[in-house]
Design a protein around this ligand. Sequence first.
Ligand SMILES: NC(=O)c1ccc[n+]([C@@H]2O[C@H](COP(=O)([O-])OP(=O)(O)OC[C@H]3O[C@@H](n4cnc5c(N)ncnc54)[C@H](OP(=O)(O)O)[C@@H]3O)[C@@H](O)[C@H]2O)c1
Length: 284
Amino acid sequence: MTTAPDPAWPLGALFRSDAERREALSGKVAVVTGASRGLGAGIAAHLASAGIALGLCARHRPELVAVTRPRAHDGVIEAAVAPVAAAVDVADPRALAAFAERVLERFGRIDMWINNAGVLGPVGPLRLAPPEEVGRATAVDVSGVLYGSALFAAHVRGRAGTGVLVNISSGLATNPSSGLATYCAAKAAVEMATEVVAREERDAGLVAFAVSPGVVDTDMQVQLRASDPAQLPSVARYRQLEESASFASATWVAEHLLGLAFGGHEVGQVRLRVPPEKTQPTSR
Ligand SMILES: NC(=O)c1ccc[n+]([C@@H]2O[C@H](COP(=O)([O-])OP(=O)(O)OC[C@H]3O[C@@H](n4cnc5c(N)ncnc54)[C@H](OP(=O)(O)O)[C@@H]3O)[C@@H](O)[C@H]2O)c1
């Protein structure tokens, strides 16, 4: 009998020192989908502040104030790299491919691809869910992740060096929650697809992770808290999380993703859960 690997975070310090972190992140390029708000916008801001060049997309064109890789002289910024930011529906494979092309034209390569875009989908018993809402959510949460994973895998296979794929999952991938059948099914599918891609692309230097970020206070949490208890029996739990302010920040999640991707760790498992934010991540 095999047991599923524990998704708890298996790594110690994210980077051994600030100098090692700077060195490891130097010149890196990342894509973040769903970067217009919520977790994706927070991840983008943190990666930008770490000096990473970015390709960002969402249905609403992401606006990132920070510019990456600023070079300053006497306190004046002389040069900086603006992100490639585009309005893209991840459920549209052609639009996503055109966006990836633009990022590659600008930066030459992509080192890390984070499929973060997602929707909650219909809330309530599946028997009552409008089929078009089920289909639409699945197109974004499953197909969108598959399209992004495929584009990045093809890119990594076609060039030298490694690449890190991060598919944002959820604790609901493995915890059935009444009222959220479409979302639970989508995240379970994302985790399995990530396992498959990790196997398929290992020989090409791609490492793939399905990462459950913990609870981050975003529009998705607002939607959960606003749900009718008759449709979502666990709504009290989401309201309680707000009362106790038990949220992880996007910065915390983003720094863990950087450590995972560039910290030089032998991780040995695909499914991971970012630990709760108790203390800020620091270098050892
Ligand atoms: N927040 C949490 O506690 C939590 C917990 C576990 C997992 N997650 C996961 O984390 C990810 C981000 O969630 P969030 O909480 O930040 O949600 P959110 O605040 O609702 O943000 C979702 C992001 O996805 C984008 N998006 C939605 N549909 C899209 C589409 N068809 N094409 C492109 N972009 C699209 C949205 O931008 P536009 O509206 O501009 O398209 C937005 O930028 C999701 O995968 C979610 O399942 C979140």
